[in-house]
Ligand binder design. Structure first.
Ligand code: ZN
Length: 434
C-alpha cells in the first residue's frame, strides 16, 4: 500500500513538473481560495468539438483532497469557493460530460459533485464539501505519454474563520467586476408600450443543466428533462395556432438563474408567464399526486407550499450562484398598483388553467395554492407555476414521461391560454399595463 501511494505521489509530482509555465503561474494565484484562471493546456490544437470530461478520480492524503478530471483536451477554467453550504465551483469552457450523472463519492473534503451545462459555451462542476476548505491549486495540465490532459483541484482543510477570510479576499476582487452588472431594479419603470402584435407567452421549463431539480426515486427520471419535454410540446401547440409569439426561457438542458428567467420574460414584453415544474415529497410515496397551479403570494397558502417555494428558490444556490448581492426591489406606488392588478390576472389564469387541466389529468387534492416563488416576481406579467405531478409517485412518473399524456395535457394548457386572452382582450386594453 505504502509503495502504491509513493508511486502515486511521484506520478503526481512528475505531472506537476511537466505542467506548462502558465499552469504553474495559475497555481500561485489560486492559493487561499481566490479565483484562478488557467489557459488551455494545449492551445495549438483547438478543435471545434467541445472537449469531454471522461473520468473523475478522488485521492485523499491527510489534510489534502485532490479531485482530478480526465479531459480530451485542455480547457479554460476558473475555480472559487462558496459557503452555506461549503462548496467549490469550477467554471470551464463547454464540455461534454461522459460520466455517470452524479458522483456518489464522499471522501476526504468532497461530499459529492454535480456537473452540467451552465450557460451557452460554459459548463460548471459544483463540488459539495464536507467542511470549510481552501483551494490550494486549481489548474489544467497537458497530457502526454499516454496520460490524458487533466483538471486538478487540490483542497486543504481549514476552519470557518480561514474560509471566511479566503472568501472576503475574493469578494474584494469581485466588487469591480459586479459594478457594471445589470440589475432588475432600474428597469422596472422602463417597460415599453405594447406594440400591438400577438400576445407573447413565455414558457419556463424549471431547472436545467447543473440543476436537475427533483429526481424520481423509482426510475431516475429528472425533473429538468420531464418539464423540458412538456414545455416543447406546449410551445409547438401554442405556436401552431398562429395566435401567439412563444418564447422559451430554455429549450435545452442548460442552467438559467431564476432572475434571468424573469428578465427574459420582461425583455420579451411577455403577456403571460408559465413556469413548468414537477414536485417531489420526502420518500417515495403514492399519497401525493397530481397537478398543482401556484401563484405568487407573500404569505404561503399552506406549509407544504412554503416548503416547495423554498426548494424551488434554491435552484440558484444549487447551481453555485453567489446570491449575496442580489438587487432589492425598489418601492414605487405605481409598481404596487400594477402588481396588484397583475396578481388578479395571475389568479384568474390559475383558475382557468386548473379548470382545463382537470378535464384531462389528475389534480392534487388542493390544486390552487400560492407561495413566494422567485420566478413569479415580475410585477407586470401575469405568472403561474405549474407542478405537473410528483416524481415521487410511481404512477405520476409513468404519466409525466408518457407522450400521450404530454400531448393531452399540453392541449388543456393551450385551451386555458386561449381563454385567458379571449377574456382579457374583451375587458382590459394592453395599454393599462406598464
Ligand atoms: Zn422544480
Amino acid at each position: 500500500m505504502a509503495l502504491g501511494r509513493l508511486l502515486a505521489v511521484l506520478l503526481a509530482a512528475s505531472v506537476l513538473t511537466g505542467a506548462s509555465s502558465q499552469a504553474q503561474t495559475t497555481s500561485a494565484v489560486s492559493a487561499a481560495g481566490r479565483g484562478a484562471v488557467a489557459r488551455p493546456a494545449a492551445e495549438g490544437v483547438r478543435s471545434t468539438l467541445p472537449a469531454a470530461v471522461s473520468a473523475a478520480h478522488l485521492t485523499v492524503d491527510g489534510q489534502r483532497t485532490r479531485l482530478t478530471f480526465d479531459l480530451t483536451r485542455g480547457v479554460e477554467m476558473r475555480a472559487f469557493a462558496l459557503a452555506d453550504p461549503y462548496r467549490v465551483i469550477i467554471d470551464l469552457d463547454e464540455v461534454n460530460f461522459h460520466m455517470a450523472p452524479r458522483a456518489p463519492e464522499r471522501r476526504g473534503l468532497v461530499r459529492t459533485f454535480r456537473f452540467g451545462l451552465f450557460a451557452p459555451g460554459k459548463s460548471r462542476i459544483v463540488v459539495e464539501l464536507t467542511g470549510p476548505a481552501i483551494i490550494e491549486r486549481a489548474l489544467t495540465i497537458e497530457g502526454g505519454e499516454g496520460r490524458p490532459p487533466r483538471l486538478h483541484l487540490d483542497l486543504v482543510r481549514t476552519d470557518a474563520e480561514g474560509f471566511r477570510r479566503a472568501l472576503a479576499d475574493r469578494a474584494v476582487s469581485n466588487l469591480a467586476r459586479r459594478g457594471d452588472r445589470e440589475t432588475l431594479g432600474p428597469r422596472l419603470s422602463q417597460r415599453p408600450e405594447d406594440d400591438g402584435g400577438p400576445p407573447i407567452v413565455v414558457i419556463d421549463p424549471g431547472h436545467g443543466g447543473i440543476d436537475p431539480g427533483a429526481t424520481a426515486p423509482s426510475t431516475g427520471d429528472e425533473e429538468k428533462m420531464i418539464v423540458l419535454d412538456f414545455a416543447k410540446v406546449l410551445r409547438d401547440k401554442l405556436a401552431a395556432t398562429g395566435r401567439y409569439r412563444v418564447v422559451m426561457t430554455r429549450d435545452r438542458d442548460i442552467f438559467i438563474p431564476l432572475a434571468d428567467r424573469v428578465r427574459i420574460a420582461r425583455d420579451a414584453r411577455a403577456h403571460l408567464f408559465i413556469s413548468v415544474h414537477a414536485d417531489s415529497i420526502g420518500g417515495a410515496t403514492e399519497s401525493a399526486r397530481g397537478v398543482t397551479v401556484y401563484t405568487l403570494s407573500d404569505r404561503a397558502s399552506d406549509a407544504d407550499s412554503e416548503r416547495l417555494a423554498e426548494r424551488e428558490n434554491k435552484a440558484d444556490a444549487i447551481a453555485g450562484l453567489d446570491l449575496s448581492e442580489e438587487p432589492s426591489e425598489i418601492a414605487d406606488i405605481l409598481i404596487d398598483l400594477t402588481r396588484r392588478e397583475t396578481r388578479i390576472y395571475s389568479a384568474n389564469f390559475a383558475r382557468t388553467l386548473a379548470g382545463e387541466m382537470r378535464q384531462v389529468t389528475r389534480m392534487h387534492r388542493l390544486p390552487l395554492r400560492s407561495a413566494g416563488f422567485q420566478v413569479l416576481r415580475a410585477h407586470d406579467i401575469p405568472s403561474v407555476l405549474v407542478e405537473l405531478g410528483f416524481v415521487t409517485s410511481r404512477r405520476d412518473v409513468e404519466m409525466l414521461t408518457s407522450a400521450i399524456w404530454r400531448d393531452r395535457t399540453a392541449d388543456s394548457v393551450a385551451k386555458a391560454v386561449a381563454q385567458f386572452f379571449a377574456t382579457r382582450n374583451g375587458t382590459v386594453a394592453p395599454a393599462a399595463r406598464r
